[in-house]
Write a protein that binds this ligand. Sequence first.
Ligand code: BES
Ligand code: MN
Ligand code: ZN
Length: 490
Amino acid sequence: MTRLTPITFEDTDIDQIASFEGRIAVLVDPEGRLSAGARRVNKLTRGALQRLVESEKFQAVKPGQSMVMSYPTGLAAEAVDVIALPKSADQSHMRKAGASLAKTRGTADVLLLAAGQRRISELGYGVAMRDYAFEDHKSKPKAAQGGVRIMCSKPQEAQAASVRLMAIAEGAHMTRDLTNAPANILTTTHFAERLAEMENLGLKVEVLDEEELAKLGMCTLLCVGQGSDSPSKVVVMRWEGGKKDAAPLALVGKGVVFDTGGISLKPAAGMEDMTMDMGGAGVVAGVMRALALRKAEANVVGLVGLVENMPSSNAVRPGDVITSMKGDTVEVINTDAEGRLVLCDVMWYAQERFKPAAMIDLATLTGAIIIGLGHENAGVFSNDDALCDAFLKAAKTEGEGAWRMPLGQAYDDLLKSRIADMKNIGGRPAGSVTAAQFLQRFVQDGVPWIHLDIAGVASVKGETALAPKGATGWGVASLNRLITNMFEPS
Ligand code: BES
Ligand code: MN
Ligand code: ZN
């Protein structure tokens, strides 16, 4: 498990500046006066900081970005990072400042002179989110990252605000660790074990094996995994921090640990990316971790369907007809449209067992959503405007891209099958919408529901605002915020 950067808040003591040996970071409002800490740095460096701040170059530095003063005279520090940050900086600028600090510092210890800057814990969150590297399989991992000490005006307040944010960051790190993990390591069994470990945090975790799933009638889920030697599993995680009788929010995740496409085999090029096809389940795990760490006052149940989609003589074939737990029959036209077959049974089970107040599923479901929205936005499908708007608002606040997509009868009609209740694909047009329509057939009347197609955002080739290349952890912060806003007492 990737370790979270230790971030601590303390009162300002300018007498520690001269001898600090890591990197010193100062926040400077390009319009404002230097803080006491910054003035001390300026004095020790014989005016170098003032010259930098007054330079034309620094005036062009965007909020949250920095300029570096290397090996400065008068300081033991290896560098001073001068971060441009208006006094009025908003949450997103604060986080960006943290992320850019995390990037420039490498592994050095940091002493940040934050003075009276508001929302300073948000900067810490940016550091913690960006300080991530997946090095489980590097034989020579980089040195561990040093700590970040933040000298500020109200350290206790900042520390208190930080608890919740660090819970989210740790949840997102878990999501990234799972999503980045290769499929020979993160088998269905290993995945289930990683989730079961969260019992330490106070979650109730159950692992349902193939025998139990068969008894429940989850044949569409089971048919996806039947070509793999790795056993299919459903893991149920419960966080009961709310009122005893309050119906829970259900989170359901697609956990295809590897998607070859099955008998409808995918092309070789890029197939290695399908190690991230459990990204939906990864987000569910990360949210549950965050809720437990911050002891959320809400009832939330997370369910993930863990399977591997492999071709074999036992694998499900195109043309096979399978009966879902709901009882509806599905003609499997393409074995590569497997995610919906997994989700429909887990969603049905979640509703039958938990009678949830609302249900949100997450899945790296379709390549078509990447064609539509690229890597900037997840596709959001919903049968409930109030829930959907609340989610979109939460996502906007967290800076995680999310864009609503349509649903409708005409799309649903594309799933008609000659021999069964439905086909598992609707053809090339509107591929993400027909996938969502398929799922909606398994949403019970009156259950507010959101489907998040995260195929484009779960893992990306370039770095993003708060994450290096690879798995992003998209969704953990937004769902956590939605839960705070809608399911916890204010
Ligand atoms: N896991 C894939 C979708 C995917 C594609 C995720 C690219 C991440 C990046 C999914 O199981 C799949 O194969 N979908 C098919 C559906 C088609 C057969 C109707 C697709 O998108 O091509
Ligand atoms: Mn597939
Ligand atoms: Zn898939």
